[in-house]
Design a protein around this ligand. Sequence first.
Ligand code: SF4
Length: 528
Amino acid sequence: MTSQSIPDADTTQRKLAILADAAKYDASCSSSGTSKRNSVGGKGIGSTEGSGICHSYAPDGRCISLLKILLTNFCTYDCLYCVNRVSSNVPRARFSVDEVVNLTLDFYRRNCIEGLFLSSGIIQNPDYTMEQVVEVARKLREEHDFRGYIHLKTIPDASAGLLAKAGKYADRLSINIELPTQESLQSLAPEKDGPAIRRSMARLRLHIDDAKGAALDQSRGSIISMPLSRKVQRSTAPRFAPAGQSTQMIVGADATDDRTILRASASLYSAYRMRRVYYSAFSPIPDASARLPLKQPPLMREHRLYQADWLIRFYGFSHDEIVPDDSPSNTDGASTGGMLSLDMDPKLAWALAHRESFPVDVNKAPREMLLRVPGLGVKAVVRILQARSVRLVRADDLARLHVPLKKVMPFVLLPDHHPGATLDGNHLASHLAALVRPQQVQGSLFDGFDGTDEPLINGLRHKRFVASKDTSELPAMHTLTALPLLSTVRTDSTVFETLDTLPAPALTTGAIAPAIPVRPRAPLALAA
Ligand code: SF4
């Protein structure tokens, strides 16, 4: 074991630096969907309503609004893709339960956070670790009447009783599936037990369903009209992780293709009623095993997986439609070798590969088919259905809905529009791909290093690009390619990034969002 403890890591600040840094790459921290809770009337502290949970995003797009920390980054497991694995040579630290409780309350009172996201490396054994994690939540809720948001990362091998206790205090629970197949898990995280992870997910689902069922029964009972004198005092339905459960999958750490990843996601959504499956592109880590890739996958791959995930959840697509088994490699770009096209979004790719299903008559097609038209989102479809119930929808009406007409029109039929031969045109795929995709130019880290060029990063032209004098910082800049909109000012004023999308005065007036240090996408730091 090469792990080391840092002698001066005993101050809270030092621990916070280590343990917040170790936790921030876990993507599964969205905080939507919890029950309403507040401290109106001076009772308790915190709220999940009113302004709600504020989300902010780190430069690499990850949520940082919660106090997002590990209880400890010591870990007895040796998951190859994780920076906290036992064989990793990183500074280690550990918070006590009271330290996390006090930090949460202090940050909340200072209005820095809206809740807590707590994860942990596995110390001693899964039950011991889980007990510590649950104790933090219990103290916050029961001793300090904390009403803010709590997301607990669950240790999959922990006992069923501890899982049940965790759900009593947390708004959301999550267990990371980590890798889409059992084979990948065995290869890269041999101590992790895929079936045990799924068993824990099933337990959480049962608890969540039971709590929802009880709440439903209670609400039905409460609407029965009874004389006040006969009203029965009902006990409150047991509460269990009202924001549900979520999980995270690492993309690109092994050779698993997108088809397999989406199949795994679809099964997680249906079998365990996941609120979200998060995808996290693998980033190479120091002293990495030879079994891991040297390069991280294109971040666009992560983005395409999220788009495909959205199609499965809200657009009625099945996972095998998005990446079909036969995977023809063709110019329409439906899929290639089980992978999603990086050049166009999966919905457009599907439409181009199924031109026989188009054009769709906007005034007659069922909702399911309208949802398959590239460029029509769920809200636009709802509005079209409302509009066409009173009159015929025309091209002007679509324009008023602000749908991307250039993308939509080749696929729809309207009283005043017929796509004609456009739909069958050989160049439609490349034409549309160019429309929906900004010019892709792979900018070198050193493009514009002297400030004379205006490098294109992710297709967006920087107005100003002044590189750090400290060249050791330069590798950090590759993370910027992931950002669709970027405003980053480093506190030391040596690096400025502004895009055309950012009003120029913002730079001089200091109206840019708080400075966020630019860091490379580090490896995942996940609990079990
Ligand atoms: S992924 Fe979790 S269990 Fe595996 S080494 Fe990292 S912290 Fe430990």
